[in-house]
Design a protein around this ligand. Sequence first.
Ligand code: QUE
Length: 361
Amino acid sequence: MSEEIRFTVDGGLATIELTRPRALNALTLGMIRAMHPRLEAWEDDESVMAVVVKGEGEKAFCAGGDVRAVYRSIVDDLGGTGPSELSVSFFLEEYRLNHAIHAFSKPYVAILDGVTMGGGVGLSVHGSHRIATERLMFAMPETGIGLFPDVGGGWFLPRLPGEVGTYLALTGARLDAAGALALGIATHFVPSARLTGFEAALATTIGESDDGRAAINDVLARFSQPLADDPLAPHRGVIDRCFQAASVEAILDALDREAAAGSAFAADAAETLRHKCPTSLKISLEQLRRGRAMSSLAEVLTMEYRLSQHCMQGTEFFEGIRAVLVDKDHAPKWSPDTLAGVTNGLVAQHFAAIPGREFSL
Ligand code: QUE
């Protein structure tokens, strides 16, 4: 645990580095417990003007939450039915950290140089600056592991343009740097070859300045570059027409109609959805629709914490982790295995309050 995360302060610039490169810097409870109090201390420390967060290695910023450990704590230690101490604490403390990043009053600069999924998105999107490199691979892939796009996905996804957030949430589609920048998921693009110079310039400029935000914007003006060719731009019409539908079944019908009319993109999206967890698809769509109408991230995280805890009492998360991260056969047997099998009652149960252990900041 001691070497899962590293903190350094250089002049006015504080840096957090996730140091589990062989696990794609997947976020552990130990990292969360080390990081949250540091952020709070830096918030109150007048000598700290900005925070950088990055991942060790060239592959990943952060591939997600350490869901493998959550799986083990229930399947190996408890024989397969949750919750476990870890599953209760992990999601609670992770979402609290997501909120602390959202509320952080100083510049928070996430360097998205590589895989950034799930929990890694939660460590970055809520901050003020998200720097993509050409190695960025962004995704919210949770419907493929029996979960839902958490860490505030119910907040930021429905606030993306049109229905793109619904598309990303349900299909788990990947975005590159140009795609992330075009949607506002990334705020800037800096080539990975210039990151060392960028971070050095940040430390120097912040050290000479009394305004962290202005210093960062100065350095970004020197190091960031425009990126054209938004890969989703040609498909935004299809996405908005299909993913606005009121149910997952209606979204699939709309995609099938667009596919029959010649859209290979729609055919691909429909085929992808047919392999995702049916329960995940329905709870995720409901999560995004509810999240769109909510007025604070805390309210969204309260909903998502309930969802996370109900997922720990079902079967789908365990089957998803087994298929994707444990046995790696990528052939999950979902149950129910059809959308029709996922009743409105089953969806509603996932949103029920959890008396005695609700989310709190
Ligand atoms: C969905 C997810 C995760 C995922 C794959 C999904 C996730 C996560 C990882 C992951 C990947 C590589 C690792 C690791 C974890 O994969 O959250 O430890 O080495 O952490 O389809 O949500």
